[in-house]
Design a protein around this ligand. Structure first.
Ligand code: SF4
Ligand code: FES
Length: 357
């Protein structure tokens, strides 16, 4: 087996509770209730273990992490160990007082989601009146002197507003904008037919993004996450399975990637039962797709395998039922037809809003 390095990053999914109902939500179909969430002390222990393991960056996410009353304590615990602490939020529930407390405890960065450029579309996609809160949240965040990343998940319903989303992020004072085409995991998987952008939309977006990258260089960085179904080769998902980062779900289950609970048969383990370091280095789930031993042809003998690691295990599982298969996005995959079929399917209208928790 290859030598395993220490992880650099941790995604702490503090809760699945969320005031939004986005149809592209990548959290699992079955959300965990508050009664299953780790308590404050358990999270504090996770952060201590993570830092001892080598983690330098902690991203507090959810659901909506602001739904946790103990968020300041959790920020303080992670920052207290010397980690760079980032908060991923919808902005709902963020007040000047709450933000000041988080900053005082060591919060270093905020990623704020937006659903569209125009309020009507954005609120329809969020399933609630959220857009105005986001404008206020952005003011609070930049006013507090924190670096701000704006994240917009792109899909058929908002792709045509991409220019407006870029302008919105500029107005918000973002240091970075992430334009992320929807990845089809969790709830988004069931809405795939309705969320899939058209080829025309993607073709139109490309020069718009390229021009914005040039125009805003030095002021606002722009990251563009490709719509990988439309590509010829897969993304190097997670920079390799169990290679650099891990996720801790609200109930303490440790995942090699945020979507990994979809892979049935993966023996996932919890920080409630086993030290984090043992899970990272020794668990069956983290070792399942590390290195190259597990690869099948065509990946096994492909020259790209050290660059893309055979693509995404969760996508391979969702599309083929075999998590060790070549990601069917790859044009060399014998299952590429499954992706082409999805691309050629007549677009579905209407999507199911994310269910409540
Ligand atoms: Fe990547 Fe495997 Fe496709 Fe080669 S065959 S490009 S390693 S996914
Ligand atoms: Fe799980 Fe790609 S999302 S490996």
């Amino acid at each position: 087996m290859d030598v395993t390095d220490a992880p650099l990053g941790m995604l702490a999914e503090l809760t699945h509770r969320c005031p939004l109902h986005c149809p592209y939500c990548s959290n699992p179909l079955e959300l965990l209730g508050r009664d299953r969430e780790l308590g404050t002390e358990a999270w504090e222990s996770v952060f201590a273990q993570a830092r001892a393991l080598g983690v330098l960056q902690v991203n507090l996410s959810g659901g909506e992490p602001l739904a946790r009353r103990d968020l300041p304590e959790l920020v303080g615990a992670a920052a207290g160990h010397g980690c760079y602490v980032s908060l991923t939020t919808s902005g709902l529930g963020l007040t000047a007082a709450r933000l000041a407390e988080l900053v005082e405890r060591g919060l270093a960065h905020v990623q704020l989601s937006v659903q569209a450029a125009e309020a009507d579309t954005a609120d329809r996609i969020a399933g609630t009146r959220a857009h105005a809160h986001k404008l206020t949240a952005a003011e609070l965040i930049t006013g507090a002197g924190l670096p701000l990343t704006v994240n917009a998940v792109l899909h058929r319903d908002n792709h045509d507003q991409i220019d407006g989303i870029i302008a919105l992020a500029e107005r918000m004072g973002a240091d970075r904008l992430e334009l992320a085409n929807t990845q089809y995991y969790g709830w988004a998987w069931r809405n795939r037919g309705a969320l899939m952008p058209t080829r025309e939309q993607l073709a139109r977006a490309e020069p718009v993004v390229r021009a914005a990258v040039d125009r805003l260089r030095g002021r606002m960085e722009i990251g563009y996450v490709l719509a990988d179904y439309h590509e010829e080769f897969p993304k190097p998902c997670m920079s390799g399975w169990g290679a650099r980062q891990f996720t801790v779900a609200p109930d303490g289950v440790v995942l090699p990637c945020p979507a990994a609970s979809v892979i049935t048969g993966l023996e996932l383990e919890s920080v409630r039962d086993r030290p984090l370091a043992e899970i990272w280095y020794e668990s069956a789930s983290f070792n399942a797709y590390r290195g190259e031993e597990w690869m099948q042809e065509p990946c096994r003998s492909c020259e790209r395998r050290t660059a893309d690691f055979g693509g995404c295990r969760c996508q391979a599982f969702l599309l083929t039922g075999d998590a060790a298969a070549t990601d069917p996005v790859c044009r060399r995959s014998p299952d590429r037809g499954l992706v082409d079929l999805a691309l050629e399917a007549p677009p579905r209208t209407g999507y199911a809003m994310r269910g409540p928790r």
